[in-house]
Design a protein around this ligand. Structure first.
Ligand SMILES: C[S@@+](CC[C@H](N)C(=O)[O-])C[C@H]1O[C@@H](n2cnc3c(N)ncnc32)[C@H](O)[C@@H]1O
Length: 146
């Protein structure tokens, strides 16, 4: 389920430094593949906090987490711009492909700065346009590079 519905832009949960026992935030968790991999890496004494604003994605994720057997994943239905998490409560944040979907990215950065502990890390993967797009492409919300 999580593999079939994966919509990230990198193997972030494999590439990131994730210590055992860490608290990991998976921001824009989608169907949960990064959360499930991170849950294995932090082990039973760590936890993963998965946040997504899409009910459909979270419903797929709940099924995927059940299938995986992971018991250390907590799922939150929330906007990334207003996280239901305490200040300085996260060791590692994974952000796999959500910045380009949001025009108000600065609010997401502000929330990440609020919840990640001093010395913690944010690992983000995003599609980046390296050259100017065609002049014919209008900057609209449907255009990820708007
Ligand atoms: C490109 S998908 C990536 C999903 C997941 N990270 C993965 O690797 O499969 C982006 C995800 O972020 C969620 N998302 C986008 N903007 C969001 C926001 N402002 N707040 C919460 N979730 C958001 C979407 O619902 C979607 O599940």
């Amino acid at each position: 389920m999580a593999v079939d519905a994966f919509a990230g832009v990198s193997n972030l949960s494999l590439l990131a430094e994730i210590p055992s026992r860490a608290t990991v935030l998976d921001l824009g968790s989608g169907a949960g593949l990064d959360s499930i991999i991170a849950a294995g890496r932090v082990g039973p004494q760590g936890q993963v906090l998965a946040v997504d604003f899409s009910s459909a994605m979270l419903s797929s994720m709940e099924q995927a987490v059940l299938e995986s057997g992971a018991t250390n994943i907590k799922i939150f239905h929330s906007d990334a711009e207003s996280l239901p998490l305490e200040d300085l409560s996260v060791d590692v944040a994974l952000v796999n492909g959500i910045f380009n979907l949001n025009s108000e990215r600065s609010k997401i950065f502000t929330e990440l700065a609020r919840v990640v502990k001093p010395g913690g890390c944010v690992f983000a993967a995003e599609l980046v346009l390296r050259e100017a797009g065609s002049e014919k492409v209008e900057p609209t919300p449907e255009n990820w590079f708007a």
